[in-house]
Write a protein of this length. Structure first.
Length: 451
């Protein structure tokens, strides 16, 4: 191991060793004399006075003490940031020795190491916290002393300073997760998450894109047939893009007329972590969507034969993941639909259909919200269908006024589309069954997504 230099060092294994040295069977590396000791990692840095400092980190977390390579690397990055910004270098352990809870800045590496977040979300949170929180005055506050008003003032100050609303919103989410971890740990006497209840008003005007049934029919005609069922999952069930990509065949209960939402595609795999607790659950499904799902499975879910699998192997394709066999929609190579894949297919269909550039898959979800509200469905029922945690999100963020719904271009009747009884007062065109309507997209020119 080098005698000096900032960084993380593995005390269990050698970086320089003679040729032919024995390799550790467990890790595939050459063991050192310290192999097996509890404090496997060593974080080295020089303080402001140039004195070499060392922080020992256990091989993994135990008894509430942080550990592991992820924590060690996070701690090393915190030290580097503190040095570059001229802040005092400290650790959670050092703060405890001073008989007080850690500061927000000191708690960041511990939170990141123990959060259990997927890698992409972890990188996003780390970037937001280090750029905007660690070096700010709120970063120097002990975690148990931060109050609701301080956080609100900090976030509104970012908005006033010209930081984009989306960025400030992301910082708020990261801070809420951090203080939620402090509260869950129940170590520092935090009585309530100080970020709770803070709402940031977006100064930018809301999106004015309005989808009609004619627009959805045009999208259906333009998109690749393999992806058509995803359109219906968005505009009839209100699924988010990666929730739709994670729907499994087993989640569709035709006999019950329901679909279970229990995961999303993220980072190349299907995970069960959703946006909110309210996002998970059953949603009613009409016979139209169930028939479309059956037709999709008939066309695209036939398992390849042994000869086809052998041909894939000869051509160098990766083996088909076990999880892909259960998915309702997969690529032609039997891999899960990624966000980039869906965005590319949707954008291609949007251009072919002549719809505006601001249109995204999320607008399918907005369309369902707006149609249900405009049709007179009780707001709490709409909230449950949208799987929103808050009613104001259903009414004010997603919902928009639809004074005239083009039911004559809808692909089926209300009950066939949504799987629930039709509310009173619907026009006759909304009650015409699928069997008496033209094929989807026929004689339905797009309305250019009125804006």
């Amino acid at each position: 191991m080098p005698a000096q230099g900032d960084g993380v060092y593995d005390r269990w294994h050698l970086t320089e060793y003679p040729e032919g040295a024995r390799v550790c069977a467990e890790h595939g590396l050459v063991p050192s004399a310290s192999h097996g000791i509890r404090a496997r990692y060593l974080v080295r840095y020089r303080d402001a006075a140039g004195v070499q400092r060392n922080v020992s980190v256990p091989e993994k977390a135990r008894n509430g003490r942080p550990g592991g390579i992820q924590y060690a690397r996070s701690l090393a990055r915190s030290v580097l940031s503190a040095k570059e910004e001229g802040r005092r270098i400290g650790t959670v352990a050092a703060r405890r020795r001073r008989n007080g809870p850690p500061t927000v800045a000191e708690y960041v590496p511990l939170f990141l190491a123990q959060s259990g977040l997927v890698p992409s979300t972890l990188a996003t949170y780390e970037n937001r916290l280090r750029l905007y929180v660690v070096s700010a005055p709120i970063g120097a506050r002990p975690v148990d002393e931060v109050r609701h008003g301080e956080v609100r003032e900090f976030l509104t100050g970012m908005l006033a300073g010209g930081v984009p609303h989306a960025t400030v919103h992301g910082v708020r989410i990261a801070l809420s997760s951090l203080f939620g971890a402090v509260w869950d740990a129940d170590q520092y006497g935090l009585l309530i998450n100080p970020v709770n209840g803070i709402r940031l008003v977006d100064p930018s005007p809301p999106s004015t894109v309005r989808l009609s049934w004619a627009d959805i029919g045009a999208l259906w005609q333009a998109i690749q047939p393999r992806y058509r069922v995803l359109l219906w999952l968005g505009c009839l069930e209100g699924l988010r893009a990666m929730e739709a990509a994670a729907v499994t065949v087993q989640a569709i209960r035709r006999d019950e007329g329901r679909i279970y939402v229990n995961g999303q595609h993220q980072g190349g795999e299907i995970i069960e972590r959703l946006k909110t607790r309210a996002s998970r659950g059953w949603v009613e499904a009409g016979t139209f969507l169930l028939d479309e799902a059956d037709e999709h499975m008939r066309l695209y879910r036939r398992r390849p034969s042994a000869a086809e699998l052998a041909k894939r192997q000869r051509r160098g394709f990766r083996p088909i993941p076990d999880s892909s066999w259960d998915l309702l929609v997969a690529t032609r190579h039997w891999t899960p639909i990624s966000r980039n894949n869906l965005v590319e297919r949707f954008s291609e269909a949007r251009r072919k259909a002549g719809l505006p550039a601001g249109l995204t898959y999320r607008h399918l979800r907005h369309h369902m919200d707006a149609v249900l509200i405009a049709s007179g469905v009780e707001p709490r029922t709409v909230q449950a269908r949208m799987r929103h945690a808050r009613l104001d999100t259903t009414l004010n963020v997603y919902g928009y006024r639809m004074s005239d719904i083009d039911w004559e271009f809808a692909p089926a009747s209300w009950t066939e589309l949504y799987g629930i009884p039709a509310p009173p007062g619907l026009p006759a065109a909304a009650l015409v069954p699928r069997s008496e309507r033209p094929q989807v997209g026929v004689n339905s020119p797009p309305s250019a997504a009125r804006s």
